[in-house]
Design a protein around this ligand. Structure first.
Ligand code: SF4
Length: 390
């Protein structure tokens, strides 16, 4: 088994060539206390004009969202970037796998920039290509590989998407995971699905949307020999869930839902499907970030909502809808720490570098990986009747 754990490096320090995390910023960052940061960001954006297109993921800080030309979830943003072929620079305020997706979908002449290379995604890092290839080999040994269709969540590295493209699989978002599973089950007689990296999205979709039972699902632990599963367990499973999770959405707990319901009789609980199965079972509504935003926009004034997703988005929704009572579904503050790596100093540094003619922190996906990843992405785009938002 060639599984390698990520070294524990303080974010932004040292160098880890196998991950986007823990890479030192190669330039001189402006001080966070610089009172001119906002003016500097505005000036750089103005100087670059139509040459730059700034993408802001829903979970980004307000100070960065202020400069985004468009906001959205990762797949929407990558497609928005593809729709602006005139923009020479795509500055992606999000995390590494998102910038990779933008590079895959945009023209070769466009350069995708991630203002801080330490902005990775802990969930994407939980499924590394070497680990997935080990698992694939072990599934061949167990005699089940021929019946497996791999399905990866958008929140995965480009090489994992390429693995799916090479092996008859597909990419999905949290909006179309059910359509992707339905498609995958139709690909082979007695098909099984290997779903990564988020076990919760896989389980919630399989059980709550596809009518499978919890007993149909097994969890592949990449840190255990043979995934911690016997050949018989693999043979009888229909869903093989990779043991990965989102460190933000995994925090929400059913206890807090009980507490909130005891306090507010009419509260509506609205959560993302990356939350655990127990939380999703207790929620009133479950859906992607776009679904969460639309639900709150359509909600009646005076209604009360507890939202289980990243705090920057929940705070912005609360500010934008003062006529509704919106609370965060956790007792503690809970931001995505890697998303929050993109702050105003990094944004200003990246933008001013571009103004000075220096392309920094460019994210590129090699041609071979891009070709196979596009196959899996195209299969997703061909899924019937679904939007493609995460
Ligand atoms: S919120 Fe979760 S899935 Fe999204 S970037 Fe952060 S760790 Fe990754």
């Amino acid at each position: 088994m060639t599984t390698i754990d990520l070294p524990l490096l303080p974010l932004g320090k040292g160098r880890d060539l196998t991950s986007e995390r823990g890479v030192e910023c190669p330039g001189d960052l402006p001080a966070a206390s610089d009172p001119d940061l906002v003016a500097r960001a505005r000036a750089a954006k103005e100087a670059l004009g139509e040459r730059v297109f700034v993408l802001g993921h829903h979970y980004q800080r307000d100070e960065v969202i202020e400069f985004a030309d468009v906001t959205g979830d990762s797949f929407k943003l990558a497609r928005d970037a593809a729709g602006r072929p005139d923009a020479e620079f795509i500055v992606f305020c999000g995390v590494h796998f998102m910038a990779e997706s933008a590079d895959i979908l945009t023209a070769d002449s466009q350069k995708v920039i991630l203002p801080d290379l330490a902005a990775g995604c802990s969930m994407a890092d939980m499924a590394r290509l070497g680990q997935v290839e080990d698992a694939w080999d072990a599934m061949a040994d167990a005699g089940v590989q021929d019946s497996i269709v791999p399905v990866t969540y958008m929140n995965s590295s480009a090489d994992i998407k390429a693995f799916c493209g090479r092996n008859g699989g597909v990419v999905c978002t949290s909006s179309n995971a059910d359509a992707a599973l339905e498609w995958a089950f139709e690909q082979k007689p007695d098909a099984k699905i290997l779903f990564f990296p988020d076990q919760h999205l896989g389980r919630n979709t399989a059980v709550l949307k596809m009518g499978l039972s919890l007993d149909d699902c097994v969890v592949w632990d990449p840190l255990q020999p043979g995934g911690g599963l016997t050949a018989e367990e693999l043979q009888s499973a229909r869903m093989i869930l990779w043991k990965g999770h989102c460190s933000v959405h995994g925090r929400f707990s059913p206890d807090v839902i009980d507490e909130l319901r005891a306090k507010h009789e009419d509260i509506h609980i609205l959560v993302h499907p990356e939350c655990t199965h127990e939380v999703v079972l207790k929620a009133d509504l479950v859906g992607s970030t776009e679904f969460i935003i639309k639900t709150i926009e359509a909600a009646e004034p005076g209604t009360t909502w507890a939202i289980g997703t990243e705090l920057n988005l929940v705070k912005r929704l609360a500010d934008a809808h003062p006529d509704k009572n919106i609370v965060f579904l956790d007792r503690n503050v809970c931001y995505c720490s890697t998303m929050n790596r993109i702050d105003l100093p990094h944004f200003v540094w990246a933008m001013e570098s571009l103004v000075a003619g220096q392309v920094v922190n460019q994210i590129t996906v090699d041609d071979e990986t891009e070709r196979h990843a596009l196959v899996a992405l195209q299969r997703m785009l061909d899924l019937p009747g679904k939007s493609h938002r995460d």
